[in-house]
Design a binder for this molecule. Structure first.
Ligand SMILES: [Zn+2]
Length: 209
């Protein structure tokens, strides 16, 4: 399994545009050895040619341009991104779905709860249908022990893990989140059997794995 870390900062990035704390200011001033960081996102692949982006941050355009493996294409247009997974409906993890519109249609994987949020209170998926049909949404069952597969990366298996955390601020379920509003992922390379566990953000595991 190949993992490309596209961004590693919390929401808002580093430095955050309106933050004048010592750390953010020192990066702006060039008086710190700390480096600017974009908002959290990774991409995974089983062959280095076909990639799945996990969480589409507001910085995704910059992240793709900085990652030659993802930007690679043989024709005039295109990329190596074959699918996107979003682990919740938070703005930090889904705004990149708007930025990717030039590359639609794309496969999208998320829970039923997240798909509902992204079609109602924050209707990105409905809006994007106007770009070549938008996202082909596949909802994943968090109860399924078999996880799911993505055809473009056939040697990776994805297992959703329910996390305890709030729903997004705009959600009617903000303070009474449902299972499926937040997931982590266990990703298994089926050729070597090695798992990778990922959780972006501060959500807690609702049980031990
Ligand atoms: Zn700061």
């Amino acid at each position: 399994m190949r993992i490309e870390v596209l961004g590693s900062s919390a929401g808002g990035g580093f430095p955050q545009w309106n933050c004048h704390c010592r750390m953010c200011q020192s990066v702006r001033d060039g008086t710190s050895r700390a480096e600017p960081r974009t908002q959290s996102s990774i991409a995974v692949s089983d062959d280095g040619d076909n990639w799945v982006v996990i969480n589409a941050s507001p910085d995704i355009r910059q992240q793709i341009n900085a990652s030659p493996r993802l930007a690679r294409t043989e024709g005039t247009r295109g990329s190596s991104i074959r699918a996107v997974i979003v682990t919740d409906a938070q703005i930090d993890h889904t705004t990149g779905l708007l930025i990717l519109r030039e590359g639609l249609p794309l496969e999208l994987y998320c829970t039923q709860e997240v798909a509902q949020e992204l079609s109602t209170t924050y209707p990105i998926l409905s809006m994007m249908q106007h770009w070549e049909g938008g996202y082909q949404t596949h909802t994943v069952d968090i109860e399924s022990p078999d996880g799911w597969r993505i055809p473009a990366v056939p040697h990776l298996a994805f297992y959703p893990i329910s996390l305890s955390s709030n729903a997004p601020p705009f959600s009617p379920y903000r303070n009474r989140p449902r299972p499926g509003d937040n997931i982590g992922l266990k990703i298994v390379d089926t050729e070597v059997g090695q798992p990778c566990f990922m959780r972006l953000g501060w959500a807690r595991l609702s049980r031990q794995y």
